[in-house]
Design a protein around this ligand. Structure first.
Ligand SMILES: [Zn+2]
Length: 627
């Protein structure tokens, strides 16, 4: 979670949940010990009870005039600037705790009226808080780089605010006049309306086909599709894909028009603010150069033969005469192995041994702090997330069902948790919050270490094949698929920027080209049925442009670091752990470069593709052995 982006902090919920992960709400089994206090987080270090939470909310409400008043004399001299920034920082920290508590309570039971009410109070508080401080960036820009530099040189108390001050100055050149900014802000809700319309159209107004499966009538909406897409019967899968994608295809004109509005908003915004492109404008917020994005896409394209190799292996292992898009989700190997939360903790601690004994000790300590909400329960949100609170052990939200997937998620979220613990331990509150571009690196590194650890222990051929196939499938979903999405975002924005019309039909054509390229249609790897080319229409993330690429860049960076650590390269793992400790104190791309990893070069992407090829080398060796 990003701490000084207040709106994000206030509205954040499942920020760390990977979009590729299954999002079907798990059924609450009657035997799940949901209420066992060992598996339910203790929120009392945040607030003793709901009354304490509400008292804090009211204290913040009462302080809003004080926050507005900070404008008088803001930056009169270096000491005054430091005092004002300190005060804002302290209130930011207080409101973020209020937000974390409200979100945490709501996600454990969305049906609970008090939880809903608390969230609504929080949204209202968040809006008022943000508007009470909306003058700050303008006031910082008003001081200008010369005064700010002089203040920073004169006042050591300003050091912890330096990153924030410089970020505002860095973006100042793209700021419009105050009148234009105010007008744009007023139109903000209108420009964001396309996303809301899409949600209403797909979840409420559209009617979805039904299908008879295993004697039951299933509705093929997003949830039904996710439930059935890995069905063991190929004919069922094929029918599910035809009907479900076909239904989205019928909406391609409306959904295309809505997405085109979102794309055009980005293109116009970039033009007004004098950025070379929409992607550059979007990435500027976190100081990521556009070349990183384009390097990811270019290098992934070069690595497509590795994805094709996996798809052929998949066809062979499933024993199919040919391969279709509906053959992507079924498990290649079944595993009945189950992991309790305690076992998941033990395995995670053991697997991170390459990070050193101190890392393991801190993780063990955090696992014992009762900050996890472990099991599925009625009304509980789906998925998983980590929520950092400065000065406290992070909260970890899970829906643990004991499968390998649950174990991986457990490990993944504690990767975020350890990132938070290390950053909080080394940074002041102001620079502890790390950007998403770095966040997933810690989580994927944990996953990669888990895979290595389990493979090192696995004895049977079946178990090894299971672990290898899960690892390779994860690379398909979290790296190649996310990059394909990233490339689609680039294509739609680039087309509009060139002045080409952007319609749903055109998007379907573009997406078809990408599906065919990524899945080796022309090379005879997988035949893409035109009906699945409407898949773009069902991906909600396209309404948050230039976001998902960070899963791919992070996976590549994690593969690079884990390879270096496994090879015992000099300075490792300390160099890697120092990246985590640096939190949000330095822009992410230079920070990684200082650790020897340049995201503008092919190296990280090649490391990931090398890793995937190695996994498949062993899979092929195992398959070639006589059973
Ligand atoms: Zn994550």
């Amino acid at each position: 979670m990003h701490r000084y982006s207040l709106i994000a902090a206030l509205l954040a919920s499942a920020l760390s949940a990977l979009p590729a992960a299954a999002q079907t709400p798990p059924p609450a089994s009657a035997s799940a010990p949901a209420a066992d206090p060992r598996y339910v987080w203790d929120l009392s270090p945040l607030f003793a009870d709901d009354a304490a939470w509400d008292a804090e909310r009211q204290a913040i409400l009462a302080a809003l005039p004080q926050l507005r008043a900070l404008r008088d004399g803001f930056g009169a001299d270096a000491a005054a600037l430091a005092r004002a920034m300190d005060s804002i920082s302290a209130w930011n920290q207080r409101i973020s705790r209020v937000g974390v508590y409200a979100n945490a309570q709501a996600s454990t039971d969305n049906r609970n009226a008090r939880n809903q009410e608390r969230q609504s109070l929080m949204r209202s508080l968040g809006g008022q808080y943000a508007s009470s401080l909306s003058w700050v960036d303008g006031a910082i820009r008003g001081l200008g780089p010369e005064r700010i530099n002089a203040f920073l040189a004169a006042e050591p108390a300003l050091m912890k605010h330096e990153k924030r001050l410089r970020d505002v100055l860095r973006l100042a050149a793209h700021q419009l006049t105050p009148e234009a900014e105010a007008a744009l802000a007023a139109f903000g809700p209108v420009m964001g309306a396309a996303t809301q319309t899409r949600t209403l159209l797909t979840t409420v107004d559209a009617s979805w086909p039904t299908i008879e499966v295993d004697g039951k009538t299933e509705t093929l909406n997003d949830i039904g599709y996710q439930r059935l897409r890995a069905h063991p019967d190929r004919a069922v899968r094929e029918e599910v894909f035809k009907r479900f994608f076909g239904a989205y295809g019928k909406l391609q004109n409306s959904l295309g028009s809505l997405l085109a509005q979102r794309v055009e908003t980005g293109v116009v915004n970039a033009r007004l603010r004098q950025y070379p492109s929409a992607v550059a404008a979007s990435l500027a917020a976190n100081d990521i150069p556009e070349s990183v994005y384009r390097t990811l896409v270019a290098e992934t394209n070069k690595g497509l033969p590795t994805l094709h190799r996996y798809l052929k292996l998949r066809q062979q292992m499933l024993g199919l005469p040919n391969l279709g898009y509906h053959d992507i989700y079924p498990d290649l190997v079944k595993s009945e192995r189950r992991y309790t939360p305690e076992q998941s903790g033990e395995i995670t601690v053991a697997s991170v041994a390459p990070f050193g004994a101190d890392y393991q000790r801190r993780l063990r300590e955090a696992l014992g702090a009762r900050t996890m909400h472990v099991f599925p329960a009625p009304g509980k949100s789906s998925g998983a997330y980590q929520s950092g609170v400065y000065g406290l052990t992070p909260l970890i939200f899970l829906n643990h069902q004991g499968t390998f997937d649950s174990l991986s998620t457990f490990t993944h979220e504690w990767g975020h948790g350890m990132h938070t613990i290390l950053a909080n331990g080394s940074q002041p509150y102001e620079t502890a919050g790390y950007p998403l571009f770095l966040a997933e690196i810690a989580a994927f590194s944990h996953e990669l270490l888990l895979q290595r650890h389990l493979l090192a222990q696995a004895r049977s051929k079946e178990e090894r094949l299971y672990l290898l196939s899960e690892a390779v499938e994860r690379l398909r979903g979290a790296y190649f698929r996310q990059t394909m999405f990233a490339e689609f975002e680039l294509m739609t924005h680039d087309a509009l920027q060139r002045g080409e019309p952007l319609t749903g039909q055109r998007m379907t054509q573009m997406y078809c080209g990408l599906l065919k390229k990524y899945h080796g249609h022309d090379a005879g790897v997988m035949a893409i049925d035109p009906v699945v080319c409407s898949e773009w229409a069902l991906i909600p993330h396209f309404h948050r442009p230039f976001y998902v690429y960070q899963y791919a860049t992070s996976y590549a960076a994690a593969a690079y670091f884990v390879e270096q650590i496994a090879d015992k390269k000099p300075g490792m793992p300390q160099t890697y752990l120092d990246v985590l400790r640096s939190g949000g104190s330095v822009a992410p791309v230079p920070r990684l470069r200082a650790a020897g990893l340049d995201m503008n070069t092919p190296a990280p992407y090649q490391a990931l593709i090398r890793h995937m090829d190695k996994l498949m080398d062993e899979m092929e060796r195992l398959l070639a052995q006589k059973a």
